[in-house]
Design a protein around this ligand. Structure first.
Ligand code: C2E
Ligand code: MG
Ligand code: MG
Ligand code: MG
Length: 288
């Protein structure tokens, strides 16, 4: 009868649609659509050298330009993309745009290293490494222009696997950067063996480290560790002049943060570089 059919349907559907599963399906559809409709847009944030203010590279930070909800930030969709198995597609989209942009900057004579954030799921997924190598080759961008950033906390998940995969990518000449350092509780012994070129001190230990002893202790220790392991150090989250001065006093290599520049669309970078040069002089941000 109709009633039993309905009952069956209700029973089935309530089985299927636990809130969590529905959520996952909903996210998967939305993210898939965003990728295909090209709603994911790369923004770029400069990394500048503390000694002379020169721009050394940029970090790619993805934004979702949603037609109805406006700009959506990665904290709202990266984890969802990882959970519903779409992170490889997402990273591919980001990387393709970043490579295209790198080529444009290089043609303009702007030799920038371009960093892309990758998740642990990317690194462990079959075919991801070949994809990165192939895309760079197709775009005619040398691997040595690309920096892959991976967070310390994701890295700690499986050190043995991380070590193997990252070593392989380093052998292909990609640069490796350890992101959000200080939040992942790795040890010197664990880090020693992975061929990282760069260590990024988490913004939580940079901003206000000049006035907070606890932050300062972690900042100092991270800086010392990076130097000990011959890595370039980047301080993230430089938000004011006092933050900037601490980096100068302590010999940090690179700085990134809103004091210098917020992430911006690619077209704005040229204009920003001009303004920044003027600001360096006007505000005496470097010593001569
Ligand atoms: P992250 O890689 O550590 O990037 C730094 C985050 O700090 C960015 O947030 C950036 O906009 C923000 N930020 C920059 N300067 C300042 C500052 O002075 N003060 C403060 N408070 N924040 C600052 P965003 O863009 O929201 O990205 C958040 C995280 O999402 C990133 O952290 C990264 O882990 C992840 N993410 C971004 N794009 C991608 C991507 O394409 N793929 C993957 N897998 N993850 C991404
Ligand atoms: Mg990053
Ligand atoms: Mg970070
Ligand atoms: Mg972060």
């Amino acid at each position: 009868t109709l009633r039993t059919m309905l009952m069956k349907f209700v029973a089935q559907s309530s089985q299927r649609s636990t809130p969590e599963k529905l959520d996952k399906t909903y996210h998967a559809i939305a993210i898939q659509k965003a990728i295909h409709a090209q709603e994911l847009v790369n923004y770029y944030q400069p990394k500048v050298r503390v000694t002379d203010g020169k721009i050394a590279g940029v970090e790619t930070l993805v934004r979702w330009h949603h037609p109805v909800d406006g700009v959506i930030y990665p904290s709202q969709f990266i984890t969802a993309a990882e959970k519903c198995g779409l992170i490889d597609q997402l990273t591919r989209t980001v990387l393709v745009q970043a490579l295209e942009q790198t080529k444009i900057w290089q043609k303009l004579g702007c030799d920038l290293k371009v960093a892309v954030n990758v998740s642990m799921d990317n690194l462990t997924s079959l075919g991801f490494q070949d994809m990165v190598v192939d895309l760079a080759a197709q775009a005619n961008v040398p691997a040595s222009s690309i920096v892959l950033e991976i967070t310390e906390s994701q890295l700690m998940g499986d050190m043995r696997v991380s070590l193997e995969i990252l070593t392989r990518l380093r052998l292909k000449r990609f640069h490796l950067s350890i992101d959000d350092f200080g939040t992942g509780h790795s040890s010197l012994a664990q880090l020693r063996d992975i061929p990282f070129d760069e260590l990024k001190i988490d913004q939580g230990f940079v901003h206000r480290a000049y006035e907070d002893q606890t932050l300062r202790a972690i900042y100092d220790a991270s800086l010392a560790l990076a130097k000990q392991l011959n890595m370039q150090v980047v301080a993230e989250g430089v938000e004011n002049r006092a933050d900037w001065e601490l980096l100068r006093q302590t010999g940090c290599d690179l700085a990134q943060g809103n004091f210098i520049a917020a992430p911006m669309p690619a077209e704005q970078l040229g204009g920003w570089i001009k303004q920044w040069r003027e600001r360096i002089a006007a505000e005496s941000l470097i010593s001569h």
